[in-house]
Design a protein around this ligand. Sequence first.
Ligand code: SF4
Ligand code: SF4
Length: 339
Amino acid sequence: MQNTSDFKARTVDFKPGERNVFLHLLTQCNLACRHCYINPAQHGTNILPKETALDWLRLLARPERESNLILLGGEPTLHPDLAEIIQAAKTLRYAVTVDSNGFLFHDFLERLRPDELDFLSFSLDGPDAAVNDPIRGEGVFQVCTENLRKAVALGFRTSLICTVSALNIDHLHRMPALLAELGVRRFFIQVIGLRGKSAAADSLQVEPERWLATVPETARQAARLGIHVTYPKVFLQPEEAFSCAGLTADNYFIFPNGRVYRCPLCEDYPIHSLCIENSQLLRRNGLNEDRFFKLRIPEGCVMSKLLHSGNIDDSTDGGQPRRISCCMLKQEMLPLAAR
Ligand code: SF4
Ligand code: SF4
């Protein structure tokens, strides 16, 4: 742990007993981001009917344990029953976050009270339209920031997700000032994925040295402005232990066609270890993701090695392979002074 006068840093290990349910209500979206990770060929195009969504939430609910529910798409506010699904999830004692691209369809802000939602998360990939819009689409910066301001003014707790790629990393240092001005409380910095469109676009990937030179410093800047920052660890130090969340954490990545993954890096393939059928969560037999979780390799995460060995093999570490952490292992920068 690192302490300074105005922030503290820590690695967030997988909390025993904590459950994270990532429920994709649909795969449709009004945008076409260059790094979109959604894969309709694998996850279908159906919209999860409200009754099915509620059935699945009851199935996964463990009211006696800390359970986080993240509602996603596609764009989840395109679901006409999103507000009712959130209200039902709260009665099942989930802490609920909605991850939106900021367009907030179906009068989302008018259909819910701020105290009915734990966090409303907006996605933005640059500090201005010149950086964001070539990645997320023409006019998106303006709509997203306008709706974010509206949400803050109404009293919603807001967070912002920025996906860092070769297209925007040189502008990341300008994000904290924008977030502070917008009144955003939490900042999630994501690394460009290895799924969907970004898996096919090598030019979007960020070299390890650029990531390490930029992301922690930006996180420190944001924490100094009173913002709680989370970003993926990505690279393990020699003294740090490797751990696979597929074995040690309770995460469910659920798609509207009933596939349930334990690891998001596996989502482009039909290797989900669980599925929901007839209101039951079933374990699948065969060569599925859970077989990979048990493999031990010097490079750390097996799926990163299989999907993008370039991140690992260009080691500068005395010939030793660079160790990649589980994609769900996070670093946090916490402001010491409450906002
Ligand atoms: S907002 Fe999300 S789902 Fe929509 S295109 Fe962008 S990354 Fe894909
Ligand atoms: S990202 Fe790697 S380490 Fe994490 S759950 Fe998946 S396979 Fe395991």
